[in-house]
Design a protein around this ligand. Structure first.
Ligand SMILES: *Cc1c(COP(=O)(O)O)cnc(C)c1O
Length: 384
């Protein structure tokens, strides 16, 4: 039978035990966590939109009109006008033919792989990809190959050796969620075109943050639907709402609707979320100052950390990890920061490779330079 207790004890001893903290305030850089007021550096609400008054108003207004639950799956009677409008807006926003909404990013990734490839096919992924992409490849039943992080040469070798597979799907994080660096989509998409592989990017951490109008990594790197045919991004991070979408050709979107089981067999998200996302997209597009402020804060933090002799990761995004290495040491640092009023989570395996436990600092446009100064002082104190 299951021996839950001894397995849980082993996890605790290895410094791998995970704990949920109870948040008793609105999502903000100022949070009440387990009853304590904290300055938070670990949310993915990069643009500070999760509690934006106009987005809240759009959500509440939609609830008044549409109620809360969607009642059923999109293919039964759950596909509201608001979902429909939001999909059209997302397609325009990303410069793709069509877009399809999902309740969350994990399921969107499962849907993409399971609809596009099967047992006879092959999937290629970066080793540092998000867990949902790895699970998606496994669920699809396709042959699964992983290349070293950002190692384009190894990817090419793998593609060369895989010409016999009928369908080849490349899946990569756009911005790597635990490192903060970016995939070189110019090179990857070029290789995919050369070797007849279908190219997919998960832009969970780039959408809203990168690109001139917040269109994400592909907008920043100037890549079209022809070059990267599958764009997936989540809406619970920079967009400040919830859910995810896939954008691409009409053929791709219609194929997902017809074939993707993680799309078909689940209840549609509440329509009010789509209304909130619609409002959020307007703000993302117009309020460039949020991206400019983030860029300034990122530079400020990096400069200060390097002055303090911390090793920086090659990240130009709001994800700025400090690698500690040992699991228990990372936990201890996080705990000491907590005692000093800072919420910075320790990220441990299997989320990151063994031996690279880290403090994952994330910045938000809601932070100020004074907040960063406080954090740096906290870090120095916590290290002593
Ligand atoms: C957060 C995340 C997801 C999952 O999205 P959810 O909407 O939270 O399920 C997928 N991919 C990446 C890279 C992520 O960071």
């Amino acid at each position: 039978m299951f021996d839950f207790e001894s397995e849980l004890v082993k996890k605790r001893e290895a410094g791998l035990y995970r704990k949920r903290r109870v948040i008793a305030s609105a999502q903000s850089v100022h949070s009440v966590v387990d009853g304590q007021h904290l300055l938070s550096f670990c949310s993915n609400d990069y643009l500070g939109l999760a509690s934006h008054p106009e987005i809240k108003k759009a959500f509440i207004h939609a609830v008044e009109h549409y109620g809360v639950g969607s009642g059923s799956a999109h293919l039964i009677s759950g596909h509201s006008q608001l979902h429909h409008d939001c999909e059209q807006r997302l397609a325009e926003f990303t410069g793709r033919d069509r877009a399809l909404l999902f309740s969350n990013g994990y399921m969107a990734n499962l849907a993409i792989a399971s609809a596009l490839v099967g047992r006879k096919d092959i999937v290629f992924q970066d080793k540092l990809n998000h867990a949902s992409l790895i699970d998606a490849a496994k669920l699809s039943g396709a042959k699964f190959r992983r290349y070293r992080h950002n190692d384009i040469a190894q990817l090419e070798t793998q593609l060369q050796g895989s010409q016999e597979y009928p369908h080849k799907l490349l899946m990569t994080d756009g911005v790597f969620s635990m490192d903060g660096d970016c995939a070189d989509m110019q090179k990857i998409s070029r290789l995919c075109l050369d070797y007849d592989a279908y190219c997919m990017v998960d832009d969970a951490h780039g959408f809203g943050v990168l690109g001139e109008r917040g269109g994400g990594l592909l907008q920043a790197q100037g890549l079209t639907q022809q070059q990267v045919p599958v764009l997936m991004a989540t809406l619970g991070k920079a967009a400040g709402t919830a859910g995810a979408f896939v954008a691409g050709s009409a053929g791709l979107i219609e194929t997902l609707i017809q074939q993707a089981r993680p799309y078909i067999y689940t209840t549609a998200a509440p329509p009010a979320i789509a209304a909130a996302t619609l409002r959020s997209l307007d703000i993302i597009e117009k309020e460039n100052w949020r991206r400019e402020k983030l860029a300034e804060l990122i530079q400020y933090l990096r400069q200060a950390l390097s002055n303090l002799d911390y090793d920086l990761m090659p990240s130009t995004t709001p994800i700025q990890p400090i690698v500690i290495g040992d699991n228990n040491r990372a936990l201890e640092m996080s705990e000491r920061l907590l005692q000093r009023g800072f919420l910075v989570t320790a990220i441990r395996p299997p989320t990151v490779p063994v031996g690279s436990a880290r403090l994952r600092i994330t910045l938000s446009a809601e932070h100020g330079k004074a907040d960063i100064d406080l954090l740096l002082k906290g870090l120095v104190d916590a290290s002593e």
